[in-house]
Design a protein around this ligand. Sequence first.
Ligand SMILES: [Zn+2]
Ligand SMILES: [Zn+2]
Length: 199
Amino acid sequence: MKGNRKIWWIDRRLPPEQYDAIAREHLRARVKVLENGCWEWQGFVHKEPNPYGEMSYRGKQWRTHRLSFHLFKGPIPAGLDICHTCDYKRCCNPEHLFTGTHRDNMLDMRDKRKMYQDRITECPKGHPYDEQNTLYVRTKIGGIARNCKTCQRASQRIRHRLQHGWPPKLAASLPPVPPGFKLVKVFVTGDETVSPLSE
Ligand SMILES: [Zn+2]
Ligand SMILES: [Zn+2]
């Protein structure tokens, strides 16, 4: 063994608050803070598929993420899981941890939103949310949102026209050119014209 091997031991005769304060320090000293804020446990880590860290606390082995939650956020309610927002099992940053109920709540919210979504069959402009016209996109919180393809194409068309110097009102009001046709010139006012050859 090279250098000084640190002994991670705390006297259990210490008052609980003092014991916990030292335990917090020990935990902090044994993590590497990653760029995304994760506290990567540097001590013993279990094998895949459950690579959680392990640390002893009051004579028992604890999974480090559970211990971190216990030490920094308070006791874990009986029967609850501690989950990671970062999905990194070796992480024990209390800010990346939440209890199982919170997760249940999030799933529950997602289900409710889905039920609400199912009742809405058209986009705000009245285009149907059918298979052809719907684009499904993943939201930040892991849900699924629907985008109306017709509306999306319309806003692309308008943006494109504006980039080509169309007057905004005209860009929004002129309908899409039917397939097979080509727009050569649009007369605006007087002699002013726009040439949307690229449409
Ligand atoms: Zn993390
Ligand atoms: Zn629409």
